[in-house]
Structure formats: C-alpha cells, structure tokens
Design a protein. Structure first.
Length: 638
C-alpha cells in the first residue's frame, strides 16, 4: 500500500466527522472546501509542521470561523447555547484538520470523535444517518488496516468479519437484556435523549378552569426536578384565592404583595433539602410549606408564600425547611377568601352543612370534608359532571369520579359556603424516594392540587388534601410493584446524569466554576499528574535514553523517537539496555528482510549525518525515511 493510500485511510474518520457535522448543522459552506483541501493535501503529499503554537492558532481560527457562521446560516443546536456551541464546534473542526495535516492522526481522531459527539445532539438527523454510517465505516477501515490483517489475505478478512459480528451480536444482546431490566434503561437512555430534552420547559398554569365534561390526558413522564433529602409531603408553586364558580385565579392583592422571608424559628426545628430544576418552569420555584430560606440564587417571596426567581433551571438550590412544613403565621384574611357566586353558595351550603353537621370548628369541618372525598370517591381523568345544577353540586351530590383539581375546588367551595376561609393551591405530589441517592424525581405527571384553610386558632393556613390517593395511583399507573435493586441503580444513574446535563445546558459557566473550585477536582488533577510522572519514570528505558543522548536538535530527537516507536509497534522490536543501533538493525533484518532493513539503514545514515557530522539534512527529510519504513512494515507480506 502506497503512503498516499495509507494517509487517505488515516483521514477517513476526520472527513466523515466533518461531513456529519455539515449535515447536522448545515455547515457545508465551510466543510466542503475543507474536505477538498484535505483531498488535495493527500494527492500532493503536502504536510504541515506540527507545533503547539500552530495547534492553538488552528483552534482559534476554527472558533473564529464558527462564530462568523452564526450570522451566515442557522445557529447550531446542541448541549450549549448557540453563541457558545458554534465557536466550540468550529474550534474542534480546526483542531482535527490541523492535526490531520500535521500527521498527528491520534490527535485528529480524538478531536473528530468529539465533533461527532456534539453533532449527534441534533434532533431529526433523518436522511443524514448515512453520514454517521460513513464515520463508523471509516473507523472500521482504519482499524482493519492498523490491525495488520491485510497481510493475512482472505483469512484476515474473514477473521475481522467474525470479530465485527461478535461485537455487534454482543452489543445487541446486552442492550436487549438491559432493556428488560425493570424498564429503567428506557428511562435512563430513551427519555434522556427524547422524552426529556434539555430546554423543553413547562410553565405552571395561571388559572384553574372547571368544566362540566373533560377528558384530561395523563401527565407525561417528563422529569421536572430532582429533590435530594427527606421528601416533603407536597411542593407548592401557585396559590389561587379568587373563584367565580368555574375558574380559580390569583388576586392582584396576593400576586403583588412581596413578603419578607420567614423567620428562622426554633433552633434545630428545620432540615436542608436540595432541589435541581431540570427544565425551565417559569419563575416559580416549587417549595415545601415552611420554606424559610433558599440559597443558590437571589429569590423573592410573594403573597401566599410562593418563591420566584430567574433562570432557575440547572442550579442546585438549598432549601431550609421547617420540620413540620407549616406556613408562617399571618393576619386573618378578608371576605375574599369566603367569596362565592350567590347562586353557587345557595346550592352548596345545604350540602356542606349536611356533610359537617357533627363538626363544630373550622378544623373539624375541613377534616370532615377531606375524609368525605377521600373515602367516598374515585379518581378519574375522564370527568362528566353534567346534570341538574352546577358541576360542583353534581360532583358532591352524586359522587361522580373526577381528579384532584375538582376535589380541591369542591372542598374549598363547600368551606366558603360556611364562611370558612379557603383557597386552592397548585404544585406537585411526591413520588417514591430512590433509596440509593436519597432523592426523589418529580415528573410532570405528579402535578397536584389541594386546599389550604385558614385556622384562626393557629393564625395560619393549613393544608388539607381531599384526593382519593388509592384510586389516583391506579389511574396514573403508579400502583405497580416497586423497582428492585437493578431498577434503583438505573434510576439513580438517570437522576445524576439529568442533574449534570441540566447544569451543563442551562448553567454551563456556573457548573464549570463549581467544578474547578471543588477540592475533588484538584485532587484528581494532582493524582493524574503524579501518576503520569511516575509512569514516565518507570517506563523510562532505552527508548527514552536514546531520545536524550545529548542532541541539541529537539526535532531530530523527536524523529528518532518516532523511529524507535515504529519498530516497536510495527515489528515488535524494542532495543535492549546496551544494544546499539546496528545490533537492533541486524535483528530487524533477520525478522523482516532486507528491503525493510534497507529503509531503516537509510534512516540511520541520514540521522547520523544530521546529528554527528552537522550535515545539511533537515529533520523533515530524516522523518520521510521513518514514514517509508512505517509504510513498508504495514504493507501486506512485510
């Protein structure tokens, strides 16, 4: 195989990676000329001297081109914002092209793989999947050539095919096995790449509507947040205190009232939780009742004790929560919290009095109504409240099936009909905690509504939840068997990776700063440096000694090191401690024949001329002999 053909093989993964990036992000305007230039460099046997300064310059130039392309074509989509992602991909493209021209193929392949990984974070690659196949085939072609199986003829080809078949079959078997591992692999892989894409956001509804007939779809599995620590009973997001008979909204007085964070309370009567929002959820932060402080971002507290802030997604927030999950004390509410349309009040009051005839206090009335709905109703997302009178009256009289919003609305309206202040609260119910991480994943399906009643004896609002939980879990598909150990492991991995991905996507600079500032990061860096230093000392043998024999020309030393490395990789020859170059050459001649030994002899002659005699032989010319030797050793039959 000629050197040009061998170099073409080396460039296949780079060219395929660039083509994949062009298809995924519409970058043909830049990539097409680069591919033509690479092909011309191979045909003309052009080369570029590899130096660190030029490497940095190529990365900067690529980043500049990637930035300029933001104004020429549609910005690329990926893990990071376009303003960062475009220059990053441009820098990687510049680095892999420069390393390919400098014949540093391992570096060029590394940058090409990074470019492929970033380019694959694009939805709807569609017909461009053939380019990904080209990347795979390019890597396989290089692997086949590097393995030396071409020298074995048909047997080598068959053996390589059997190897690929075993790898493909083993991979398929492993995926099929893990796919059935209690369904958690689907949650870890499929939903992370499709069902819960970073950047997909939800916003909490600003009002709650009641309909006579409704077919509500089941909430999606999209993960919204991860809560670490002892899980609270509920997370609050919105408070609705105005009801017109069919719709709950938030009054201007409540929405525009800014509150001071609650006092710290009794020492020791609190715990810390950590919440990480995985998707944008507007400006409302889901928090438990009794949240005293939030650390991590500047937040505000508004009427109803709801917390709001900006750019919440991706940042781990520490919540200081009262152990009893009680809202702070406040003054008794006005008539707004008992207001109802007069016709609805007249319709509901007799029903309310009948259901609470044995209750004397507001607390007892709330408990009686809570038990009435919990014990006597079925949960259903298909609601039909058509009949005589209002929808809420039909729900109470005939015990029709409904879901949490209707139960909370009915209970609050019944209490208001008896002059008991009540409001509806929206938020999330908590699922099962993962015992390995002590964390809970909250999904969109966990959206929930309940009632808060003002109790004068406590001077605060107290939560009551009228939802029938048993039938709710059955309706939402949550009543199945709990995951086993394998499922818990995959669930824990999914939580960790989602938190990491959300942080990198929504807050990349903050996460990078936190990583660099962590002691663990520097421990790993120092350990890596020490390990590398020790490895170099342990492995420092005749090869390293020969590279440092006193030559003043570092380029010649590098060429000589390549020569020894080629003999080791291609011929399996490593010089002994006291072995001379001529003795090593004799072993090469005995192992690989006169033709190969002649090339090595030519290299040594030019190397000695340049090093010892001060001849006008450039290091690049000496390096050509190493390339010829490498090509000869890789040729079939060598």
């Amino acid at each position: 195989m000629s050197p040009r053909v061998g170099r073409l093989f080396d460039l296949l993964p780079v060219a395929a990676a660039l083509a994949l990036h062009a298809v995924a992000h519409g970058r043909w305007l830049v990539v097409a000329p680069v591919l033509v230039g690479l092909l011309a460099a191979v045909l003309l046997d052009a080369r570029v001297a590899y130096t660190p300064a030029r490497l940095i310059a190529s990365g900067v130039a690529g980043a500049g081109v990637g930035t300029a392309m933001l104004w020429v074509s549609l910005p690329p989509t990926g893990l990071f914002p376009p303003g960062f992602f475009g220059p990053l991909c441009g820098a990687l493209a510049g680095l892999c092209v420069f390393c390919a021209l400098g014949r540093e193929r391992h570096y060029s392949w590394t940058y090409a793989c990074l470019l492929v990984a970033l380019s694959l974070r694009v939805h709807g690659l569609g017909e461009g999947i053939w380019v990904l196949l080209a990347v795979v085939l390019g890597v396989l072609a290089v692997a086949f050539r590097e393995s030396g199986l071409m020298r074995s003829g048909a047997k080598g080809v068959v053996g390589f095919g059997v190897f690929l078949g075993l790898v493909a079959g083993g991979t398929g078997l492993m995926v099929a096995t893990l796919w059935r591992a209690e369904g958690k692999l689907v949650d870890l892989l499929y939903r992370m790449t499709r069902g819960a894409t970073p950047g997909m956001g939800v916003d909490f509804q600003s009002q709650v509507d009641l309909r006579t007939v409704e077919r509500k779809p089941r909430g999606s599995e999209q993960p919204l947040l991860v809560l670490s620590g002892a899980a609270p009973s509920r997370l609050r997001t919105r408070v609705f205190d105005v009801f017109d008979g069919t719709r709950w909204t938030t009054s201007d007085a409540l929405a525009d009232t800014r509150l001071a964070p609650p006092s710290e309370g009794a020492p020791g009567d609190a715990r810390w939780l950590t919440v990480t929002l995985l998707s944008p959820v507007g400006r409302w932060l889901p928090t438990p009742a009794g949240t005293r402080a939030v650390e991590g971002l500047p937040l505000q507290v508004w009427g109803g004790w709801v917390w709001t802030g900006l750019e919440l997604a991706g940042t781990p927030l520490a919540l200081h929560v009262e152990g009893a999950e009680r809202l702070p004390s406040e003054e008794p509410p006005g008539s707004l919290l008992t207001a109802l349309p007069e016709a609805l009040r007249e319709e509901l009051r007799p029903l309310a009095l009948g259901l609470t005839e044995k209750a004397a206090t507001p607390r007892e009335k709330a408990r009686a109504l809570e038990a009435y709905f919990r014990e006597g109703y079925e949960y259903s997302l298909n609601v039909d409240l058509s009949g005589e009178g209002s929808a809420l009256a039909v729900l109470v009289r005939e015990k029709r099936a409904a879901y949490c919003t209707y139960f909370a609305s009915a209970m609050a309206a019944l209490l208001r009909s008896m002059e008991v202040p009540a409001r509806v609260v929206g938020g999330f119910a908590m699922g099962d905690m993962n015992p390995l991480l002590k964390a809970t994943m909250v999904r969109e399906r966990d959206a929930h509504a309940w009632v808060e009643v003002y109790l004068a004896d406590e001077g605060r609002y107290v939560a009551f939840d009228p939802t029938p939980w048993r039938s709710r879990d059955e309706e939402l598909g949550l009543a199945g068997d709990k995951p086993g150990l394998v499922g818990q492991v995959f669930e824990a991995m999914g939580m960790y990776l989602r938190e990491l991905g959300a942080g990198l996507y929504h807050q990349p600079l903050a996460r990078a700063k936190a990583l660099v500032g962590s002691p663990g990061f520097w421990v790993l860096v120092i350990a890596g440096v020490l390990w590398r230093w020790r490895s170099r000392r342990v492995e420092r043998g005749p090869v390293v000694r020969r590279k440092g024999l006193g030559t003043r020309d570092t380029k010649l030393a590098a060429v000589y090191a390549r020569y020894l490395k080629t003999l080791k990789r291609r011929a399996g020859l490593v010089p002994h401690l006291a072995e001379t170059d001529d003795e090593l050459l004799a072993r090469l001649r005995a192992a690989r024949g006169e033709a190969v030994a002649g090339l090595a002899e030519g290299f040594l002659a030019h190397y000695r001329e340049a090093r010892y005699r001060g001849g006008a032989v450039a290091p690049e010319q000496v390096g050509e002999w190493v390339e010829r030797l490498d090509a000869a050793l890789r040729a079939p039959g060598a």
